[in-house]
Design a protein around this ligand. Structure first.
Ligand code: G4P
Length: 515
């Protein structure tokens, strides 16, 4: 049904780069992000001069709680241009409690930069994030950071990546000098030496580099575009984010190899970025980003076509038309109206709660993108309201925050007070703090007898019958889909065995529950 892709769309998507940076805390993600944004002209900062207390206040931090705790709990998006490419950098939350949010962000990128601390190698959180990328075969570019410090042997690091992650590595650059004497990089592809100061061919650092590169070229695979695109081989860059060495190597490589926006899967077919008709996928909702404007921002990845301001798109879940009056791009702390956007771009769409995570916007065809799932929570708590007068406000606030994905909300079918579900306890702190800060509602949490939740699908009459028998363990989720709550895994297993006609899911996919 789509016409031949227009030349403009093809040209524009070919220069889009949408990526995220993944790393273990302290490996240098924040520093690298700042350097990248600076190289792209998105922020101007006065060198390294940052007050100590300010260190964690990166340009992408929005909320008080983040600053207080020195962690990044929300996902932000930053758009900048570099080397004739338009980059969309999606910031993944650093704390592991936010794996669901992270997962959703990673569904919206075409590539991930994996930052590794040269002294520590692969760490726990790097591995977990990598595994999420692997689920979708996202191409990975590796940046081995902190080469200006004592580091592990480069071959050992490459070996470790290959063996612990089962990922082939192909060095794209090689470090010149180590620790305090680290001065730059050698590009294996262009054979160029990149150093800030001149260095002679007879410098021992160059001699060592040449020897090692010879070994590396003999022993390690060459860069192979197809393997990279398939997520099997990672080009590796060495550098120091702090000293700004190797950062442009990395950006230049992203310009050169891409990847450009990939096709996205819907329930019915794959949508290519080069298609003419606009489609977009909402992967994140964020409320109250700016305390002065109580707006609600849906972050949507444009998947195809040319999106323009003022355009009307179909909101496929409700079938209603949705007018894009003020789509926005984000540049560090600033926003700007987006006049047009193409596949791979991420636009913020202010709205009053119409848009939800996983929603598809489409110019014509009824498509529903898949791959933005909800995960069964691992912690369930009943919300205790301190001031009964605020019950209505709390209900409303919980719905809004659940739509934003802060927590999952379950309304018990027996009419008792709502239960919130989270993957990690930090989410409970965020909920409590935001209810207080943004809605003026003070709450506490009470334990529930439940430890597991599963979505149920199957024949409607059989679900009804099951619900009648298990009313006190049944709840409805935000979409009104039925969820069974179990007190233990034993109980859950038994229930599943005894109800072979029903299916119990620990992941809810778009469109699944309405079976
Ligand atoms: P993160 O976002 O991954 O958690 O890491 P972040 O960038 O905050 O960096 C963690 C620490 O590592 C910081 O030091 C930062 O300055 C340092 N760092 C980052 N990149 C490099 C690098 O290339 N070389 C060296 N030597 N250090 C690097 P800190 O001591 O925690 O803070 P500060 O005293 O520097 O403010």
């Amino acid at each position: 049904m789509s016409e031949a892709p227009s030349a403009e769309i093809s040209r524009e998507i070919a220069r889009r780069r949408t990526f995220a940076i993944i790393s273990h805390p302290d490996a240098g993600k924040t520093t690298l992000t700042e350097r990248i944004l600076r190289a792209g002209g998105a922020i101007q900062m006065a060198g390294n001069v940052r007050a100590k207390g300010e260190r964690r206040r990166t340009k992408s931090d929005w909320m008080g709680i983040e600053r207080d705790r020195g962690i990044s709990v929300v996902t932000s998006v930053m758009t900048f241009e570099y080397g004739d490419c338009v980059f969309n950098l999606l910031d993944t939350p650093g704390h592991e409690d936010f794996s669901e949010d992270t997962y959703r962000t990673l569904t919206a990128v075409d590539c991930a930069v994996m930052v590794i601390d040269a002294a520590k190698g692969i760490e726990d959180r790097t591995r977990k994030l990598f595994e999420i990328c692997r689920l979708r075969d996202i191409p990975i570019v590796t940046f081995i950071n902190k080469m200006d410090r004592e580091a592990q042997d480069c071959f050992a690091l490459l070996d470790e990546i290959a063996s612990t992650l089962a990922l082939d590595t192909s060095p794209a650059t090689w470090p010149i000098g180590r620790a305090a004497k680290f001065i730059g990089t050698y590009d294996l592809r262009t054979k160029e030496v990149h150093t800030k100061e001149p260095i002679g061919e007879d410098d021992p650092r160059i001699i060592q580099m040449r020897e090692e590169v010879e070994l590396a070229e003999a022993a390690l695979p060459e860069f192979d575009r197809e393997s990279f695109d398939a997520g099997h081989l990672s080009p590796v860059f060495f550098g120091s984010a702090m000293k700004e060495i190797g950062v442009t190597d990395l950006l230049d490589a992203l310009v050169a190899y891409g990847p450009a926006p990939r096709a996205q899967q819907t329930e019915t077919r794959e949508v290519k970025a080069s298609e003419d008709q606009v489609t977009a996928l909402v992967f994140k909702i964020q409320a109250n980003m700016d305390p002065n404007h109580r707006d609600r921002m849906a972050f949507a990845r444009v998947c195809s076509g040319r999106l323009t301001r003022g355009m009307r798109l179909k909101h496929v879940r409700t079938g209603k038309q949705f007018a894009l009056h003020t789509p926005q791009f984000f540049f560090a702390r600033d926003r700007q109206l987006a006049e047009e956007a193409f596949g791979g771009d991420v636009v913020g769409i202010p709205n009053h709660g119409t848009l939800r995570i996983g929603d598809t916007l489409s110019e014509s065809e009824d498509l529903r993108f898949t791959g933005v799932p909800h995960f069964a929570p691992e912690i369930l708590r009943r919300v205790r309201l301190d001031d009964a007068m605020k019950a209505k406000k709390l209900r409303q606030a919980l719905v809004e925050l659940a739509e934003e994905g802060v927590v999952q909300l379950f309304r018990p079918q027996d009419g008792l007070s709502p239960i919130v579900g989270v993957v990690g306890t930090l989410q409970l702190d965020v909920l409590q703090s935001r209810l207080q800060g943004e809605y003026g509602v003070a709450i506490g949490f009470e334990s529930t007898p439940y430890s597991l939740a599963r979505w149920i699908t199957g024949d409607r009459a059989k679900i009804e019958a099951f619900q009648d028998l298990n009313r006190s363990a049944m709840a409805d989720d935000l979409d009104g889909d039925p969820v069974f709550l179990a007190t233990s895994s034993f109980m859950m297993r038994r229930t599943i065995e005894m109800n072979p006609d029903l299916e119990f899911h620990d992941i809810k996919q778009i469109g699944m529950a309405s079976v």
